[in-house]
Design a protein around this ligand. Structure first.
Ligand code: PLP
Length: 385
């Protein structure tokens, strides 16, 4: 039989649509090329507007982890205190990063599959003065989303700077800078933006930029906002060579976001997450994140209760059937798989991915009724047109 192409259904990178691929395939120009400079300017202006940011935006070559490091590097100095709100593996990633920076670190952890709440943050902040609070918007190891708006109100009331890791959320889950009181929102291109990996994106509030200025010279150079600001204000200037083709790809991604409408894009993600979750539940899989915390961008699906599934084998068969998914981490390792349903995923992709899960389940001896999950998905997709 002809080989089935694998859909990239891991929680990033996500499927890259043809028109975005085409931008990456263009002939590269000089970074000072006036047409490229204009494209870069347009990307920055759109990101500020769409995320309601009256501060600054940075787009630099690097992955999401660089964006995390840049956030911390620019608003803290040795000895500052930080409260890390962690809902899992990526929340924890801030711990080592902040300790290396010489910060005084406290961690507020949630049970896996849930999120730290605004009430818990309020309690912590009323007990001790923190300079910075970090939250992971969508925790990629559990599929749980944090209530970033409610937490932001608490953080602002206590005068701390608010950092949100939006890597597995931005462009798929609602995020607004000024209205939510976010000081640094960090992200990158390969998740809900639907671009290949390679660009770090950061939005910074005026307060965050002021804090950076108040620090004088910082130990970091490439990660320094002050080094990049002249370029972000005038992309014909040079600091580090921009990833030209990825900037074009991001521009096309933003065009797609604007064509869909960002509010509608957030709503679509909510609808399609609920549908894919319902389809997998109809097959007997369990969604690891508890209901009020389920993320609109990705899910952790635990194998059906009592099913004797060889995890590595299941995911290999699922990939053969056409959907590449990711293994679970830490508390959930071996118990299920992680699947993204974010970015530029259309009906064809959703149907194919759920159908692949059905075939893999049948091949791996999981007792399911063929078509049951797909039926739930199809009905939902038809109802919303
Ligand atoms: C993927 C991810 C990261 C890390 O991003 P990289 O591009 O892999 O460096 C950080 N935070 C969250 C929430 C993520 O999902």
């Amino acid at each position: 039989m002809i080989k089935t192409p694998k859909l990239v259904m891991i929680p990033g990178p996500t499927p890259v649509t043809r028109s975005i691929q085409d931008q990456m395939g263009r002939e590269t120009v000089a970074f000072g090329d006036p047409f490229f400079v204009q494209d870069y300017k347009d990307v920055l202006a759109d990101l500020k507007e769409l995320w309601k940011c009256s501060g600054e935006v940075f787009v630099v070559a690097g992955s999401g982890t660089l964006a995390m490091e840049m956030a911390i590097a620019n608003i803290t100095k040795r000895g500052d205190s930080v409260l890390i709100c962690s809902n899992g593996y990526f929340g924890d990633r801030f711990i080592d990063m902040c300790q290396r920076k010489g910060l005084e670190v406290d961690v507020l952890s949630a049970k896996w599959g849930t999120s730290v709440t605004a009430e818990e943050v309020e309690k912590k902040l009323s007990e001790k003065k923190y300079d910075v609070v970090t939250v992971t918007h969508v925790e990629t190891s559990t599929g749980a989303a944090a209530p970033i708006d409610a937490i932001g109100k608490v953080v602002k009331a206590h005068g701390a700077l608010y950092v949100v890791d939006g890597v597995a959320a931005s462009a798929g889950a609602e995020e607004y800078m000024d209205p939510m009181g976010i000081d640094v929102l960090l992200s990158c291109t390969q998740k809900a933006f639907g671009v290949a990996p390679g660009l770090a994106i950061l939005w910074a509030s005026k307060e965050a930029v002021e804090k950076r200025r108040s620090l004088g010279t910082i130990p970091e150079s490439y990660a320094d906002f002050e080094k990049w600001l002249p370029v972000m204000h005038d992309p014909s200037k040079y600091w580090g060579t921009p990833a030209i083709n990825l900037v074009w790809a991001l521009k096309e991604s933003i065009r797609i976001i604007k064509e869909e409408g960002i509010e509608e894009r957030y709503n679509r993600h909510l609808r399609q997450a609920a549908l894919v979750d319902a389809a997998l539940e109809a097959m007997g899989f369990r969604v690891a994140a508890e209901k009020p915390f389920r993320a609109p961008t990705l899910s952790v699906y635990l194998y059906p209760e009592g099913a004797n599934v060889n995890d590595a084998e299941f995911r290999t068969v699922l990939a053969e059937e056409g959907a590449q998914t990711a293994g679970c981490l830490a508390d959930f390792a071996g118990k299920g798989f992680r699947m993204g349903h974010m970015g530029n995923v259309d009906k064809h992709i959703l149907v194919s991915a759920v159908a692949a899960v059905e075939r893999a389940a049948m091949r791996c001896g999981i007792d399911i009724e063929p078509g049951k999950g797909l039926g739930v998905l199809q009905k939902g997709l038809a109802e919303e047109h």
